[in-house]
Ligand binder design. Structure first.
Ligand code: SAM
Length: 281
């Protein structure tokens, strides 16, 4: 039975070949054509599962032009599957132009769920997952990388980056420089493969840990960063701030902060910092 004319987005394994779904295999078997990033790479997956569907190269450099040809085929009633080298197409991989063109042309787009390194890493990281921001790869150039991290400094959501082994150390050093030693990082390496490791440390310690052994930066990597959380010191209640403000009207800030700290059982430094920012003219 052949698949109905549509573009099927088909995720493929990120390391462990058993992580492909039956539906993905059936789809790859039954479509008229498989559009893929690298035909030789995808040929290995297809031969493993004895699938002989013809393939067609669609990569970053030819995507716009090839998308038009694929849309023509789809409109003529053919079915097409889109795969990338690994994981979910379009997630730091080609496919955006094709999907956009299909939707513009009224071609149905059907996405199959499946492997994605970002989601796999996040689900095992032990960082908050209620909200997260996928940021793809950090810029390769140092200034752009630092600027990017600076722009994310106060982002409260867990941050997820893809990272190359060559750049991991530089990226972690940049994270330490901008976010400080204490922000928690998680490095998930070689997920679903033999040498899978998931390591979680404060940024400063992570940098040292990676510097100790270059093997710890090898392979494919997802780098995650805990979102910004204001120190509990920063969370001063309205009542505490009222006390501080009243005392400050009669006393020097240092004394007012010390007394307020004693009255309410909060940290003096946070009160002093608040006072400097808001009560001193
Ligand atoms: N589309 C893919 C997906 O859904 O995850 C990602 C493609 S992107 C070009 C490749 C990057 O994904 C790698 O450089 C690495 O950061 C991450 N990645 C892919 N496979 C991985 C794995 N098995 N373990 C850790 N990270 C992986």
């Amino acid at each position: 039975m052949s698949q109905a004319a549509a573009l099927y987005i088909v995720p493929t394994p990120i390391g462990n070949l058993n992580d492909i779904s039956q539906r993905a295999l059936d789809t790859l078997q039954q479509v008229d054509l498989i559009a893929c990033e690298d035909t030789r790479h995808t040929a290995k997956l297809l031969s493993h599962y004895q699938i002989s569907t013809p393939t067609w190269a669609l990569h970053d450099h030819n995507e716009q032009y090839k998308s038009e040809q694929l849309v023509t085929r789809l409109l003529s009633g053919q079915s097409v599957a889109l795969v990338s080298d690994a994981g979910t197409p379009l997630i730091s991989d080609p496919g955006y132009h094709l999907v956009n063109s299909c939707r513009d042309a009224g071609v149905q787009v059907i996405a199959l769920p499946g492997p994605c390194a970002a989601v796999t890493a996040l689900s095992a990281a032990g960082l908050p997952t209620d909200r997260f921001a996928f940021e793809g790869f950090l810029p390769a150039k140092e200034k752009a990388r630092l600027d990017k991290i600076e722009s994310l400094k106060d982002e409260p959501r867990t941050l997820v980056f893809y990272e190359s082994p060559r750049r991991l150390l530089d990226s972690v050093a940049a994270l330490v420089a901008v976010l400080g030693d204490e922000r928690r990082l998680v490095v998930a390496r070689e997920l679903t493969k033999t040498f899978e490791t998931i390591h979680s440390l404060p940024a400063g310690e992570m940098l040292l840990w990676l510097q100790e052994d270059s093997n710890r930066s090898r392979g494919e990597i997802v780098l995650m960063v805990a979102g910004y959380r204001p120190d509990s010191d920063d969370e001063l209640s309205a009542e505490v701030l009222r006390t501080l403000t009243l005392l400050r009207s009669e006393l020097p800030l240092k004394k007012a902060a010390a007394l307020t700290a004693e009255i309410h059982g909060v940290k003096k430094n946070a009160l002093y910092k608040y006072g400097l920012e808001h009560l001193e003219s």
